[in-house]
Design a protein around this ligand. Sequence first.
Ligand code: HEC
Length: 143
Amino acid sequence: MIRRLLLAAVLAASTVSVVSATSNVVEEREGLFKAMGREARPVGAMLKGEAPLDLPKVQATLDLIIKNAQALPAMFPAGSQADSDALPTVWERNDEFKALFVKLGEEAAKARVAITDDASLKANFPSVIRACGTCHQTFRKKS
Ligand code: HEC
């Protein structure tokens, strides 16, 4: 058992080093954004009444958003615009850009506490998604 745990730990460690060796900061941040988009989609279906409320799923989504909103500001170093959808405004108006991640984290933390049922989901989840869109309008290339 111990040996198996050790093996798992070694495998996990080597996977991490492979990932950081083969990817760069643009791919890493895009990965965090994609994960938020992927996790938020089923919650959108719950909002529209197309799927029943799954509270643990909503909470896990908000936890991920809170975590990523903290990690992402440091993932836009100067000079990392090439091959990305980030606009030059990210660096020209960097304080404003970073403040929008704080805002996203705050909205997600508020929603994490407030959401307990369908009505509170409808009252609190849209402001989280709006915080995504507000930033994209000014700081992300239109696709
Ligand atoms: C403070 C600004 C900001 C906030 C807040 C923000 N985004 Fe983004 N998002 C960006 C920028 C800039 C990019 C382009 C990144 C790149 O290409 O390097 C992006 C890219 C994306 C992408 C495309 C990733 C890819 O490469 O395929 C998705 C999906 C996405 N964001 C979803 C979200 C979701 C969902 C939220 C809210 C939970 C969110 N974003 C919040 C700025 C933001």
